[in-house]
Design a protein around this ligand. Structure first.
Ligand code: APR
Length: 317
């Protein structure tokens, strides 16, 4: 059987980490694309030279010609500009919208059958622009944010409870940003919901509230520390989980930005919800019932995404 082909559009910090992970996991062959073709080719060659040491067989190449992504099964998009200290994700809107428009054109022409995962920020708007401009069906265009947000939440909860990260599950909804909505009653340690753990004396509501706040600002915490860019190891690992579920038809339930068509009362809006990812792409949205305060928080988050989308339309990019 032929190997899968995975195109990475953007060969920066996340793109390079993605390529390395794909090799280590033998998920397929990799084409790195970047406006700076030398960077793409250099990273591909460097990672390929690690393959004899680590014992993986993936062909890696780099290019600045969109024709190189032809026939890709998966395209992961990180092209654009990352945040610098003092910037919000929304500050990237105009610059990255232009980039995503060009990338969408390249995908439409050369890889219209691919499953596309967008990582570029501001995520919820960039993934909507990608779907609109590429013309790919909505179930084949998703955004990576929720897996990362819930990974951050899981880590902080595991540290709080002093248990393995493996046994912590987290449920996160909404836009990627300060308004994201972690549902603590669906977040568990080995199936025990966080509110029960509070009642059992494992933590307090105040400490959990602080963890929720730290999670929502998790990206900013890293931007401040790095000073020269934004997070890349955890974002790359998160997108790989989504790509792997698609390529292996695992049907994992992962929080992703998908286009809602009536679910959660939203029509045509890209926003983060739990989704079954399998060979069909985004196969099914998991729709839970909200408590009134959860509904209000989710709607506030959707309104923030809608406002940013309106700002984007006003730019006329
Ligand atoms: N086409 C292809 N690649 C492009 C384009 C374009 N039009 N414009 C910029 N790039 C490339 C840059 O040359 C760079 O190599 O995108 C890459 C981005 O890499 P980094 O600057 O290292 O950014 P990274 O940390 O990988 O983050 C990328 O993901 O999480 C988001 O907020 C983050 O929007 C940012 C994106």
């Amino acid at each position: 059987m032929a190997r899968n082909k995975i195109a990475l559009v953007g060969a920066g910090n996340i793109g390079g980490t993605l390529a390395h992970l794909i090799g280590l996991k033998e998920l397929g062959d990799v084409v790195l694309f970047d406006v700076f073709g030398g960077v793409a080719a250099g990273k591909a060659l460097d990672i390929a030279q690690s393959s004899p040491v680590d014992g993986f067989d993936s062909a890696l190449s780099g290019s600045s010609d969109y024709a190189a992504i032809a026939g890709s099964d998966v395209v992961i998009v990180t092209a654009g500009f990352p945040r610098l200290p003092g910037m919000s994700r929304d500050d990237l809107l105009a610059k990255n919208a232009e980039v995503i428009g060009a990338v969408a054109e390249g995908i439409r022409t050369h890889a219209p059958d691919a499953f596309v995962i967008v990582i570029t920020n501001p995520l919820d708007v960039m993934v909507a622009v990608m779907q609109e401009r590429s013309g790919l069906p909505p179930h084949k265009v998703v955004g990576m944010a929720g897996v990362l947000d819930s990974a951050r939440f899981r880590l902080f909860l595991a540290q709080e409870f002093n248990v393995s990260v493996e046994d912590v599950t987290a449920f996160v909804l909404g836009g990627h940003g300060d308004t994201m909505v972690p549902l603590t009653r669906y977040s568990t340690v080995a199936g025990i919901p966080v509110p029960d753990l509070i009642r059992m004396g494992w933590s307090t509501q105040e400490r959990i509230d602080a963890i929720v706040h730290r999670t929502a600002n998790g990206g900013g915490e890293i931007v401040k520390l790095l000073e020269k860019g934004s997070a890349f190891y955890a974002p790359a690992a998160s997108a790989i989980a989504m790509a792997e579920s698609f390529l292996k038809d695992k049907k994992r339930v992962l929080p992703c930005a998908v286009k809602l068509e009536g679910q959660y009362g939203q029509d045509g809006l890209y926003v983060g919800v739990p989704v079954v990812i399998g060979a069909g792409g985004a196969e099914k949205v998991v729709e839970v019932e909200f408590l009134p305060e959860e509904k209000a928080a989710f709607e506030k988050s959707c309104d923030a995404v809608k406002k940013l989308l309106a700002d984007f339309r006003a730019l006329g990019v």
